[in-house]
Design a binder for this molecule. Structure first.
Ligand SMILES: Cc1cc2nc3c(=O)[nH]c(=O)nc-3n(C[C@H](O)[C@H](O)[C@H](O)COP(=O)(O)O)c2cc1C
Length: 476
């Protein structure tokens, strides 16, 4: 009944309902049902928080650049390749989300994909023919696979199976989907989805690295439960709204304030080995550094994120380099130079053990506990601040538990940084490992106290300040 009602609404009402539904991360039918129920006093209003992460993501998306109004991909064409994985069902929602943002979606399915979702469902949702046959006489009389590749502004592969990534990495073209890709000159975005063991397999990782080197963009995979019962880990396909956001960013040809700028961001803790199984670490979660990398990338910067061991996913749209120790982080950070700006957020261990044991240190019955002799780690911020290829803007983070501002001011000069973002990491502050942060931006021009904010918002503010700094510098 709801769908009949929606179809009969006038265009303005339909548009309002569509925007409202997308803002709340719901289907139009669901939104209409909730509106009617609320009107009849039967249920909480449709603005009630649904409490699911996915819906919150949709809410965020619609107030941001991937929202319905002014979506950068509107009027463009995406060629969506569906491969044979359980996550193919999520691609039906992806098609809807793209279409309601004004994107034309053309679909190609692999033979395996047709085992998971029907051509009928995909065709009905994308509103057009679904292509799957390289030997289709109708389509191929004018070399349809070449046209499919050329007529798209962006090619999205979701879900991208381990098998398909392997074919892509090796340039195979033995079915329509792979032939289209090989003939494509457009950007390609892959959303891998597979069992964590398949994703972690060295062969898959080798293929992903090769594809990234070839310029293929990736979104996800994410960590979470798998369709197979009892299986969890890194391998879930990114949620449709996260893919939509990446599509919007890749199709956005408007100049962004940090377009053409290169940025280095360090994030997370370092792990300093004591022996092969033990290490010294700190409580840094990487949330602040990762959010800053994402915010800079959103403003158009080409970001290299050097991350210590963290339990969160790499933000999309950045090149991530994973390291463990402070010395590895220093090497990776210096290898990323030259860049225009560096934001050094990582909580780098000040010390490491002077000599880490090659074998596990054994507990001796009745013996003394082992003594750990420490030695100082390299000061990575100092190194970047005094490097011959010093970035134009160097921002350091100071994690302090007392005299936060005074310590940050002293650090500014000593480290050769332009700005220090000082945060209180005392246990009461909860910044270390938490999701909010209260920071002070310390520069030679003075101290700015920012209110208590979610780490994402701290990141966005800092990215905007960085963009303003470069804009002022360009004018001067
Ligand atoms: C029930 C089932 C679920 C599967 N799920 C996945 C998956 O999520 N990711 C993946 O890479 N392969 C998965 N596979 C294996 C692929 O379907 C298989 O490798 C197939 O050849 C992929 O073909 P395509 O890459 O041409 O789509 C699954 C297979 C089965 C039977």
């Amino acid at each position: 009944m709801a769908s009949i009602t929606i179809r009969n609404l006038d265009e303005a009402a339909k548009r309002a309902l569509r925007e409202r539904a997308a803002r709340n991360g719901r289907s139009m039918e669901e939104e209409a049902r909730l509106l009617l129920a609320a009107d009849a006093g039967l249920a909480p209003g449709p603005d009630a928080d649904t409490g699911t992460g996915q819906r919150n993501a949709a809410v965020r998306g619609d107030s941001g650049p991937d929202g319905l109004a002014g979506f950068a991909g509107a009027g463009k064409t995406v060629l969506l390749i569906l491969c044979g994985g359980v996550a193919a069902y999520k691609s039906l929602d992806l098609i809807r989300r793209l279409r309601e943002r004004g994107v034309t979606v053309r679909c190609v399915m692999t033979a395996a994909a047709r085992q998971f979702v029907t051509e009928m469902a995909v065709g009905a949702i994308c509103g057009g023919t679904v292509f799957h046959d390289l030997w289709d006489r109708q389509a191929e009389h004018d070399i349809g696979h070449i046209r499919l590749a050329r007529e798209a502004d962006l090619i999205v592969i979701a879900p991208a199976t381990a098998d398909f990534l392997a074919k892509m990495a090796n340039g195979l073209a033995d079915d329509l989907a792979s032939a289209v890709l090989l003939a494509a000159r457009r950007p390609v975005l892959a959303a891998p989805a597979m069992n964590p063991a398949m994703w972690a397999n060295p062969a898959t990782q080798r293929n992903v690295r090769r594809l990234a080197d070839d310029g293929v963009h990736f979104v996800g995979p994410e960590r979470g439960e798998m369709a197979e019962s009892g299986e969890a880990g890194l391998g879930r396909m990114a949620e449709p709204m996260a893919i939509v956001a990446r599509v919007g960013a890749l199709l956005d040809t408007r100049p962004r304030p940090l377009s053409g700028r290169k940025a280095l961001v360090t994030s997370g803790p370092t792990h300093e080995p004591i022996d092969p199984v033990r290490y010294i670490a700190n409580r840094s979660s990487g949330r602040q550094g990762h959010a800053i990398a994402a915010a800079l990338a959103e403003l158009g910067a080409e970001v290299t994120l050097v991350s210590g061991p963290v339990g969160i996913a790499d933000p999309s749209g950045v090149t991530a380099v994973h390291v463990e120790t402070a010395r590895q982080m220093q090497a990776a950070a210096e290898a990323a130079l030259p860049v225009d700006l560096a934001v050094m957020v990582a909580a780098v261990a000040d010390w490491r053990t002077a000599d880490s044991a090659e074998c596990k240190i054994k507990k001796q019955p009745g013996g003394e506990p082992p003594m750990l002799r420490m030695t100082e780690n390299p000061d990575i911020l100092h190194g970047i601040g005094h490097h011959p290829a010093r970035p134009a803007l160097v921002v350091g983070f100071a994690a302090e538990t007392n005299d936060v501002i005074d310590n940050a001011k002293a650090k500014l000069a000593r480290k050769g940084a332009d700005w220090i973002v000082a945060n209180d990491v005392s246990a009461e502050g909860g910044a270390m490992g938490g999701v909010r942060n209260t920071v002070h931006l310390v520069s030679t021009e003075g101290v700015e106290d920012w209110p208590d904010l979610p780490k994402d918002e701290v990141a966005r503010r800092l990215a905007r300040r960085v963009a303003e700094w470069f804009a002022r510098r360009e004018k001067a």
